[in-house]
Design a protein. Structure first.
Length: 680
C-alpha cells in the first residue's frame, strides 16, 4: 500500500538545521517580519516569503506551512482599511469557502500589523480556535512579547485563565498598552456540524467559545470563518464588518503563481495538461497549492526509486528542472492526479458527502450549493471551487436523491433536464451527465451489446489511473468509469468473462453520431492504447484469449462489424496499428434496459445536439484523428496544428514509439525522424 503524506508541507525540503525551540522560531519570525516589504504582500505580481506570526504548533491539518511562499493579495488592503475604522468592541470578519485564502489573508494582515503598529499596540493571534483557550492565548501572548524575556518568563508561569486575564489587565493599566485580537478557524467553535447536527462535543465547544469571548469582549477583533458555521456566526457582535471572499486567483495572481511554481513549469513544458489543471484545481488557491505539492512529492518518489538515494538527499538536491523532466512521463502525471484525489482534504469531502442531507430534489446548481456551501464560491450561480469538486457533489446528490424517487434513474433524468433548460447550455456538462446516466444504468441492469452478447448487472469501479485487471470467473465482469472529465476515446470500459470462459474487452462511447467519433475507435483499439489495459494484447488477441470490441451507443443501430487487424512493425519488432476487433453501433434503446422516460431523455439530448451541429455547422470539439493505416502519416501544416498533443501521442503509440517528450515540438520532430510523420 502506498503511504501518502498527511502534512500539507509536501514541498518542504529536508534541512540540516538544528531543531529550534518555539521561542527561537518566534524571534526569527519577528526578525523576518521587520524585513518584510509590506507593499509586496499586496502586489499580485510578486511572491513573498511569509513567516508565521505566532508560536508554531505542528498540526497535520494546518494548510499553511510555517514559512509560506505566497502571492501578494491586493484585497488585504481593504481588510486593513476596514480594520482601521473599527472601534473597541467592533471587528471585521472574513468569510468564504474553505481553502479560498482566508488564513493567508489573516496571516498577511497580522504581519502588516506587527510590522507597522507602535510597541504599545498589541495584537494577539489565536490561529486555531479549536485549541484549549489557555494554551492558545498563552501562545498568542508569548509571540507578542517574544523579544522581552522578563515578560516571557511571567507568561510562561501563568497556569490559569484568571492569570491570563490578570496579566492583560495589568499591561493595559500600567504599561498603557491596547490589545486587539485575531481569531482564525472560528467555525471550530460551532456547536453544530456543517449539516446542522449537534456536535458530539457541543458542550465543550460552547464552553470554549464563552471562555474565548471573555477575552475578546471590549477589544477589536478580526475573525476568519467558513460557511455553514451556524452558531459561531450568530455569536459574533452585530457591529462587525463582513468581507466576503468569493473568488480564487485572478488572472495576474494565477500568472504569478504559475511563474513561481513547479506546477507552472510542468504546464509550460506540457500545455496539454492545462485541461487537467483546470478540471481539478481551476483557479482555486488551496487546490492549486495541493496539486503543486503533489508534483514535488511524486517527483521525489520517482527519483528515489531511480537513484536509490535517501529521501533526505533527494529532497534537498532535486532542482525544479529535474522534477519537470520526470513529470514529463504521462504515467507519473496520472499519479499526481491520483494523489490529489487521495489527498486527506479531498477524502474528507468524500466522507462528508456520505452525510449530505437531501430531503427534496435538488436539480439546479444553486439548490445543490445550498446543501453545503463550504466549497462554493457563489451560491446563486452554483459555482464550486473547481469542476472536479462540483462533480463530486453532483454524484453525491444524485445518489441521495435516488431514495426520494420512484424512478430508478429519476435523479439523473432530472439533472439532465435542468441542464437542457439552463440558460447557458453547456454541452460538455450535458455529455458528462449523460455518460453518468448511461453507466449508472449499465451498473444496475446490464447492457445488451448484441443478441449473443448480453451482460447482466456489473459492479462499478471509478478510476483515474488505468487499473490492473483482476482475475474473473465465468459470467463476471467490471465496468470501469473514468473519473477524469473528457477522459479520452472512451466513456467506459467493460471487462467481462462469459459463461464459456471467453474474455471480452469493451470500449464504450456514448455519442450523438458514431461518424463524428470514428477516430475514437482506432485510438482505443490501437496496440499502444489497448496494451495499457492488457499486457501483450496483440498476441493475446491473436491467440483468442481476448476478444476486443468497440461500442458506439448512439441514435442508430447497425449489425456487428468484424474489423481485421491493421498491424505493421518498425525496427526492433515494435508493432503498431489497429488490433482485430468487433465494432458495434447500437441505439440507446437497443443497448440499455431502460424505460421510455430514460430512453426519451437520451434521444432528446442526442437529437438536440445533432440539430445544433446542423444549424451552426459546428465541428466536433476535437478534430478527427487521421487514420494510421498508412505510414508515414502525411499531414498538411494546418492539419498538424489541429492535432492535440494527446492525439499525437496516440499516433506515436500506434507506431510503437515512445511519445513522452517534454514539448509538442520535440514530439513532432522525433516522429519525423522516425519516419512516422511527413508534413507536406
Amino acid at each position: 500500500m502506498k503511504v501518502l503524506p498527511s502534512s500539507v508541507s509536501l514541498k518542504r525540503k529536508h534541512t540540516s538545521l538544528k531543531q529550534e525551540s518555539p521561542l527561537e522560531q518566534a524571534r526569527r519570525s519577528w526578525e523576518a517580519i521587520r524585513q518584510l516589504d509590506c507593499k509586496a504582500l499586496l502586489d499580485a505580481g510578486k511572491m513573498s516569503n511569509l513567516p508565521f506570526p505566532g508560536i508554531w504548533v505542528s498540526n497535520a491539518w494546518d494548510r499553511l506551512p510555517q514559512d509560506a511562499q505566497i502571492v501578494g493579495v491586493p484585497d488585504v488592503k481593504h481588510v486593513c482599511d476596514s480594520w482601521d475604522y473599527t472601534d473597541p468592541g467592533e471587528g471585521v470578519m472574513l468569510i468564504g469557502s474553505k481553502g479560498v485564502g482566508k488564513s493567508v489573508r489573516l496571516r498577511i494582515f497580522a504581519c502588516i500589523q506587527y510590522a507597522t503598529l507602535p510597541k504599545e499596540s498589541r495584537l494577539l493571534c489565536v490561529w486555531n480556535a479549536n485549541a484549549p483557550v489557555l494554551n492558545s492565548m498563552k501562545r498568542a501572548l508569548l509571540f507578542t512579547y517574544a523579544e522581552e524575556q522578563d515578560l516571557v518568563n511571567e507568561i510562561e508561569a501563568i497556569e490559569s485563565l484568571e492569570g491570563l486575564g490578570s496579566f492583560i489587565s495589568r499591561r493595559e493599566i500600567y504599561a498603557k498598552e491596547t490589545f486587539s485580537m485575531l481569531v482564525d478557524s472560528a467555525q471550530t467553535t460551532d456547536i453544530l456540524t456543517w449539516a446542522g447536527e449537534p456536535q458530539r462535543d457541543a458542550e465543550e465547544r460552547q464552553q470554549r467559545w464563552q471562555t474565548l469571548n471573555d477575552f475578546l469582549e471590549g477589544h477589536r477583533t478580526i475573525w476568519g470563518l467558513s460557511p455553514k458555521a451556524y452558531t459561531a456566526e450568530a455569536h459574533l457582535p452585530h457591529n462587525v464588518t463582513r468581507i466576503l471572499i468569493d473568488e480564487g486567483f485572478d488572472e495576474q495572481t494565477m500568472q504569478t503563481f504559475m511563474n513561481n511554481s513547479l506546477l507552472g513549469s510542468v504546464l509550460k513544458s506540457h500545455p496539454d495538461r492545462n485541461h487537467d489543471i483546470n478540471y481539478y484545481a481551476g483557479s482555486y488557491p488551496w487546490l492549486l497549492d495541493r496539486l503543486d505539492g503533489w508534483c514535488w512529492w511524486c517527483a521525489w518518489q520517482k527519483e528515489e526509486e531511480i537513484s536509490k538515494m535517501s529521501s533526505a538527499h533527494v529532497r534537498s538536491t532535486m532542482s525544479q528542472k529535474a522534477a519537470v523532466a520526470l513529470l514529463g512521463d504521462p504515467d507519473l502525471w496520472d499519479t499526481v492526479l491520483w494523489s490529489l484525489e487521495q489527498d486527506m482534504y479531498v477524502k474528507a469531502i468524500h466522507d462528508d458527502l456520505q452525510n449530505l442531507k437531501v430531503t427534496q430534489l435538488c436539480h439546479s446548481w444553486e439548490e445543490m450549493a445550498r446543501l453545503d456551501s463550504r466549497y462554493v464560491l457563489d451560491v446563486k450561480s452554483g459555482m464550486y471551487c473547481s469542476l472536479y469538486i462540483q462533480h463530486m457533489y453532483i454524484d453525491a446528490v444524485r445518489e441521495h436523491e435516488q431514495t426520494l424517487m420512484k424512478s430508478q434513474y429519476g435523479s439523473w433524468i432530472g439533472y439532465c433536464r435542468y441542464l437542457l433548460e439552463h440558460n447557458a447550455l453547456n454541452w460538455a456538462e450535458v455529455g458528462w451527465a449523460c455518460e453518468r446516466l448511461c453507466t449508472d444504468v449499465i451498473s444496475k441492469t446490464g447492457i445488451k451489446i448484441s443478441k449473443d452478447l448480453i451482460i447482466g448487472r456489473l459492479p462499478t469501479q471509478y478510476f483515474s489511473r488505468i487499473p490492473k485487471i483482476p482475475d474473473l470467473c465465468n459470467g463476471a465482469g467490471i465496468i470501469f468509469i473514468p473519473k477524469k472529465f473528457n477522459f479520452g476515446s472512451v466513456d467506459a470500459v467493460i471487462i467481462y468473462q462469459d459463461t464459456a470462459g471467453q474474455l471480452h474487452f469493451f470500449g464504450l462511447q456514448f455519442t450523438t453520431s458514431e461518424k463524428r467519433h470514428k477516430h475514437s475507435e482506432d485510438e482505443f483499439m490501437s496496440v499502444g492504447a489497448a496494451e495499457e489495459w492488457i499486457p501483450s494484447v496483440l498476441q493475446s488477441s491473436r491467440d483468442g484469449i481476448w476478444k476486443l470490441h468497440f461500442v458506439f451507443v448512439c441514435l442508430t443501430s447497425k449489425g456487428a462489424q468484424p474489423k481485421p487487424e491493421r498491424i505493421c512493425k518498425l525496427r526492433g519488432n515494435a508493432s503498431y496499428g489497429v488490433l482485430s476487433h468487433t465494432l458495434h453501433v447500437a441505439s440507446f434503446h437497443d443497448v440499455l434496459d431502460v424505460n421510455a422516460e430514460v430512453c426519451g431523455m437520451l434521444m432528446e439530448i442526442a437529437g438536440r445536439r445533432e440539430k445544433e451541429y446542423a444549424d451552426h455547422a459546428v465541428a466536433p470539439p476535437f478534430p478527427p484523428l487521421p487514420s494510421t493505416t498508412a505510414w508515414p502519416l502525411k499531414l498538411s501544416e494546418d492539419q498538424l496544428k489541429q492535432l492535440k498533443v494527446k492525439q499525437l501521442r496516440a499516433i506515436a503509440a500506434d507506431g510503437g514509439f515512445n511519445g513522452t517528450y517534454r514539448t509538442r515540438d520535440l514530439l513532432v520532430e522525433a516522429m519525423k525522424s522516425q519516419g512516422l510523420l511527413l508534413v507536406e
